[in-house]
Design a protein. Structure first.
Length: 168
């Protein structure tokens, strides 16, 4: 079952509150570990931490026309630097219905440095329920990036842009 937009917003707010209160402080030289990692695989607490991490870095996006809403979930959090990895893109229409079997293209850019991604990601397959597997994403460095998806269906062509600050 997909988390609702409200659930993603609540998860984002919880992560931000924890960060502001100092309970989620970590230096960039320390290895990354989620608090639920000790709970073990398959435990109920392991899945929400990954979703909360993705929700904290990647806010849900809405297309300029308002016709498409979407989220992205990287296969690895935080997304690695200098390594190919994959994402899952979830897209739905303004009513919340999944957008099925769209043609989706991907571009990414680091505007402050004037260069794009270190790879050309592709939508490898449609997974169902508005989910698309994006493979071949590679960032060269941490900093401010955006990844933009152009979504084409029989009825529309629109874009979703995800702006984020990738940790170094």
């Amino acid at each position: 079952m997909r988390p609702t937009k409200n659930a993603l917003l609540v998860a984002s707010a919880a992560v931000l509150l924890a960060a502001c209160s100092g309970t989620a402080t970590q230096s960039s030289s320390e290895p990354s570990e989620t608090p639920s990692a000790s709970a073990g695989p398959g435990t109920p607490s392991s899945a929400p931490s990954a979703a909360a991490s993705a929700a904290a870095l990647f806010s849900p996006a809405t297309s300029p026309s308002g016709a498409i809403h979407g989220t992205v979930t990287p296969s690895v959090m935080p997304p690695p630097i200098g390594e190919l990895h994959s994402w899952t893109l979830h897209i739905e229409d303004a009513s919340g219905a999944p957008i099925e079997n769209a043609t989706v293209t991907v571009v990414g850019d680091m505007p402050a440095h004037g260069h794009g991604l270190g790879s050309q990601p592709l939508i490898r397959e449609y997974l169902g329920d508005g989910d698309y597997l994006v493979e071949g994403i590679e960032f060269q460095m941490g900093g401010e990036w955006y990844v933009e998806f152009t979504v084409t269906t029989d009825d529309l062509v629109d874009t979703l842009r995800f702006d984020f600050d990738l940790p170094e």
